[in-house]
Design a protein around this ligand. Structure first.
Ligand code: TRP
Length: 361
């Protein structure tokens, strides 16, 4: 069986380093591994509209930002099909048919939807489109017959719901769809990178992000203001590692060779942590090290972004070409789905002959 990846992001803002360690870095690695027959990367604008219906301009502006972030990180349109969700009408036809296979109570039990309804204060005024987005996400995945979906752990309930829809469909109508597996980032801290304020998760609405497109100065300012251990007041004081955002980021980004380059007094993260816990190691020193480590990742990303920014029409052209390719694939799946559901009236010669016979006097 062909190995196919599909994943994507809502275009509601520029991408940040949480996206990077949580999924982008892994996507680029998978893309370049040569192990996959096809890689589809989707900008989920229609899904973004399910809770931004009154602000399509925000979504419109951020499509190019996300596309630039993708290219800057190393996603390559020669190897991956990068496309825009709303340009693939087949996804909405699939969604409509899948809706018949899902109950309202099953959607209500989806933990991610539940949490989002709470976070957005939707209560009784949940838009139907938002409520049903897990079904449309099942369409996104199955339209490409993806078997691998690399996403963060918050997307686990979506993949589970997709698997249920696939099983139900295949059981009801015959095998036409592929059941996908989630692919989580291997490193635990990468799944939930906290914001620079130490709050739960890096997110635009909390204003606690380090964006991939940020300048070195902006990154430095943010790192120097990062949340550490509030009780670590003097350098000599013993410090805490747990909940200390600077160390959490080092867990996500730091590799052994960084010490040789930027902090040769230490040979490993464990040694650095131990000194911090013992006392005698100041926050500023650790922050400067983190800044150097982050810059090693982010500087080339920003440099590539700046190059792509010079030819914006080419980026839109890339998205248009990707969307055409994606549509051709989704059309094949839709045809198979309609065939399985026996709603392919005009392309089914048997049907026409049978009916003709039945009505013959
Ligand atoms: N729900 C994803 C997010 O919020 C975006 C998304 C939409 C997606 N459709 C998808 C991810 C299909 C993986 C597969 O980031």
């Amino acid at each position: 069986m062909a190995k196919i990846i599909l994943t994507g992001d809502r275009p509601t803002g520029r991408l940040h380093i949480g996206h990077y360690v949580g999924s982008l870095r892994e996507r680029v690695r998978l893309q370049n591994s040569g192990e996959y027959d096809k890689v589809f990367i989707m900008i989920a604008d229609a899904q973004a509209l399910t809770d931004n219906a009154d602000n399509p301009e925000k979504v419109r502006q951020n499509i190019i930002e996300v596309a630039l972030d993708y290219l800057a990180c190393g996603l390559d349109p020669e190897k991956s099909v990068i496309f825009i969700q709303s340009q693939i009408p087949q996804l909405y036809e699939l969604t409509a048919y899948y809706m018949n296979l899902v109950t309202v109570s099953r959607l209500q039990r989806n933990p991610t939807v539940k949490a989002e309804i709470q976070a957005r204060d939707f209560e009784a005024s949940i838009p139907v489109g938002f409520f049903t987005y897990p079904i449309s996400q099942a369409a996104d995945i199955t339209a490409f017959q993806a078997n691998t979906v690399p996403v963060g752990e918050d997307q686990m309930p979506m993949i589970e719901q997709t698997r249920e829809i696939v099983r139900k469909f295949n059981m009801t109508y015959g095998e036409a769809l592929t059941e996908p597996d989630i692919l989580l980032p291997s490193n635990e801290v990468c799944q939930r990178l906290p914001g620079i304020d130490g709050k739960a998760k890096m997110s635009k609405s909390l204003d606690n992000c380090i964006y991939l497109s940020e300048t070195a100065d902006e990154i430095k300012k943010k790192v120097m203001n990062m949340y550490t251990d509030p009780d670590h007041i003097r350098v000599a004081d013993p410090g805490k590692i747990e909940g200390n955002t600077v160390f959490t980021y080092l867990d996500a980004f730091c590799r052994k060779e960084h010490f040789g380059r930027y902090l040769p007094d230490y040979s490993s993260l464990d040694e650095l942590k131990e000194h911090y816990q013992r006392g005698g190691l100041g926050d500023v020193k650790v922050k400067k090290f983190l800044y150097a480590v982050l810059l090693e990742y982010l500087k080339p990303i920003r440099a590539r972004r700046t190059e792509f920014e010079k030819d914006i029409p080419a980026v839109y052209k890339m998205l248009e070409d990707g969307s055409r390719k994606a549509e051709a694939v989704a059309a094949q799946t839709l045809a198979a789905v309609k065939g399985a559901m026996r709603i392919n009236y005009f392309s089914d010669v048997n049907l026409i002959n049978e009916q003709a016979k039945r009505f013959k006097k």
